[in-house]
Design a protein. Sequence first.
Length: 311
Amino acid sequence: MALDSLTGPLPKFGLGCWLFGNTPLGSDEEKMALDVIRTAYDAGVRHFDTAFDYGKGRSEEILGSSLAGKSGAFIASKIHVTDPSSAVKGLEDCLSRLRRKSIDLFYFHWPKTGIDPRPMMEALEVERSKGKLRYIGVSNFSVRDLEVVSQVGTVDAYQVGYNLLWRWPENDILPYCKKAGISIVTYSSLAQGLLTGKFSKTPRFSPGDPRPNTVFYDSKVWPRVYEAVEEMKTVAKGVGLPLSTLALRWLTDLIGVDLVLVGSRTVDQLRENIGVFDAKLALKDLELIDSISAKLKLFVPDIGNMFKYYP
């Protein structure tokens, strides 16, 4: 594993903070976000993941406020591929919002068509030499993108959308990173809630909810996804555990990723997610849901990413 600081009482679990920062200052939702972050730290979570895109920097501010004075917290953030001077300014602005002199892990959030990431990587390596960041990561890059950026710097971590319903990264990204010694961090680890098993056959979403735009809800894909999740729920019921527990432990125990990111809107959700790692699970149960997942993969098209997003 490239990162030597994904450690602590809960070494495989990271709190994804993309839910925070999109509500008014001082709102009840923002106060709840502060409680979630502080409760996570007190419960042993040490890895916290954010980005400038989450609330236009507000998520970073909330995280910085919540973790001020907390020792051992490992913070990761992200910016999009840009020019070298903008990358350095983006890093400085991020540090200001986080109230830190250095950040543990700084990601290229998405590759950008037509922009060479190497000048940005070179600029961030200079900032690394100054102690402004410890590790550099990329998110959502293709293997080719990884090879290009690795020509001028060291990639320590790869953050990827990966779960029981979206397994295309294991065709090339996972083997590449394993061979290169790059840590794998997963996001959308529960497929934006689908792997809680709480969605009906005809799901309903609030206006503006981005989830219906993912590949899972395409007319030819959704019936297969729903059927697979229902089958997985039967397995989960048989072992007396929530489906979300099996889904996350499939990633850590069977696939062997280094860390899973999970968002938690409330303290109760957080406690349920943390409890995943206390559950006793047999390998055969994970292998059973793996087989269900493998059959589903045949009906989920490889379109680059589950979000159909191509900046």
